[in-house]
Design a protein. Sequence first.
Length: 257
Amino acid sequence: MRPSKVFLVGAGPGDPELITLKAKRVLEEAQVVIYDRLVGDGVLNLVNPDAELIFVGKESSFHSSPQEEINELISSRAKEGRIVVRLKGGDPFIFGRGGEEATHLFSEGVPFEVIPGITAASGISAYAGIPLTDRRYSPAVTFITGHRMKGEGIEGLNWQALAQLNHTIVFYMGVANLSEITKNLITNGRDMNTPAAVVSRGTMPEQTTILGTLADISEKSKENKITPPALLIIGEVVNLSVILNWSEAYGIGGTSD
Ligand SMILES: C[S@@+](CC[C@H](N)C(=O)[O-])C[C@H]1O[C@@H](n2cnc3c(N)ncnc32)[C@H](O)[C@@H]1O
């Protein structure tokens, strides 16, 4: 039997209406959907009700398994001739292991398609009123992970280079290492008064934005009991959140509000 196609699909950052029309269509046509922890119920409600739904995020039997087992699951279902959707939070190619899964499919001769999603940095900064670039304050943006592939630490990052970036930096997966991240940036030369924000559960009704500086954002996040998923955004653009954070000011609604 010829393998059917695997769709590596980005579900967006949380608000289910941020999914693409293309992703919605393949979810409706899917026969198997293999999904992660950061995919919310709103998106799962779009899935073909007859599809086999397989959870491979944290708390699943797959979490402690190596990525290879998930790769194998995806390709074996496709080789059964079933239309497979591998559904991931945000965008599959940004801190989503989509590249590893696509490489596996290529090596197994399984056809695949990648459907991009709105990545957390983009969706959440929009909802929190923080333009990641802005001609007045920042000509560029860097996305970085606050947790490396092997082990939970952040050792191995070039802090000197990061501290010299005079533009916006967004840390994904940084909550557990917040104080280490901010300390490293300050000791390597970034101004301790640089504005910083932590946004948790962005684009969802529970979105919470904590504003501060490199010097105090870690403490403020602790005081406010911020838990993952959350993003750390650093740079002058963060100040704009005070006036542009429309979602926490007016709510995440629609045209009827
Ligand atoms: C494993 S990475 C996956 C990123 C995803 N592929 C993307 O493009 O957004 C997970 C991290 O994304 C960030 N994240 C994802 N969804 C988020 C949300 N709704 N609010 C805040 N941060 C979020 C957090 O930093 C979280 O630890």
